[in-house]
Design a binder for this molecule. Structure first.
Ligand code: SF4
Ligand code: SF4
Ligand code: FES
Length: 257
């Protein structure tokens, strides 16, 4: 027998001009997730409620929002984590401009992605001839589990409360991408004059990150963004800066650039 109860929801309704939290009492059935309840609201009392979603399986990264103040995927947040008496408050991601209701404009992330130069294939090797050690493959694979939900971007205090930092800070998702490429044994960016460590620091704002690990805590793919990407990238930048020979070499290279 399916157990049902009435839950109390507060959902942010509005647009770029402003909005408010509205109260709804809505049926919840055993086994449901927050997105099921949002869909029931659409089907019953709030047919114009805007929400973005696609897979309902935690894989498309579309249904990001804040549930009781915590950035989460609505489709992966079980109603059983709340008591029946608890009010469930659903608001849009705070770091990005609202389009309508729970839908935000995440185009900042797509623009930032375009600013990170892609993998540069090694010269003289055809596709199929690339060889890497298994541990290098596994390191990349962890980062490639990213579903681009942008919850890490949303929670990072550097841009969450500081819109003015967006032009100079790429955010954890893209600093992780730079770290992945910088640690990639076959990436030939340096041979083409691209210094990924330097651009991480000087263009993408690595120095703003103070390794609070908030990004890691909200990642639905459990990627260790801070420990495995951001801290190693910072270490590589610092090693280089304080190694006198490497420092001298980079100065000479910069003068030639
Ligand atoms: S660890 Fe760095 S990137 Fe992650 S949330 Fe904290 S400041 Fe932002
Ligand atoms: S790193 Fe994790 S939290 Fe950030 S966008 Fe990718 S999947 Fe989402
Ligand atoms: S609907 Fe695809 S991740 Fe939630």
């Amino acid at each position: 027998m399916v157990v049902s109860y009435k839950a109390h929801f507060r959902v942010w309704r509005g647009n770029a001009a402003g909005g408010e939290l509205r109260d709804y009492d809505v049926e919840v059935n055993e086994g449901e997730v927050v997105l099921d309840v949002i869909h029931r609201l659409q089907a019953t009392t709030a047919p114009d409620l805007a929400v973005r979603w696609n897979c309902k399986a935690g894989k498309c990264g579309s249904c990001s929002a804040e549930v009781n103040g915590r950035p989460r995927l609505m489709c992966m947040t079980r109603m059983s984590v709340f008591t029946e008496a608890e009010t469930v408050t659903v608001t849009p991601m705070r770091a990005f401009p609202v389009v309508r209701d729970l839908v935000t404009d995440v185009s900042f992330n797509y623009a930032t992605a375009r600013d990170v130069p892609a993998f540069v294939p090694p010269a003289g090797l055809a596709a199929g001839e690339y060889r890497m050690r298994q541990q290098d493959v596994e390191r990349s694979q962890e980062f490639r589990k990213c579903i681009e939900c942008f919850l890490c971007q949303n929670v990072c205090h550097v841009i969450r409360d500081h819109e003015e930092n967006k032009p100079v800070f790429a955010g954890p998702r893209f600093l992780m991408r730079i770290a992945e490429l910088d640690m990639h044994p076959l990436d030939a960016a340096a041979e083409q004059g691209l210094d990924r460590q330097r651009t991480a620091q000087e263009t993408h704002g690595l120095g703003y990150c103070n390794i609070t690990k908030c990004c890691t805590e909200v990642c639905p793919e459990h990627i260790k963004i801070t420990d495995n990407a951001l801290i190693p990238l910072k270490e590589r930048v610092v090693d280089r800066r304080y190694d006198p020979l490497v420092w001298l070499g980079s100065k000479i290279r910069r003068r030639r650039d």
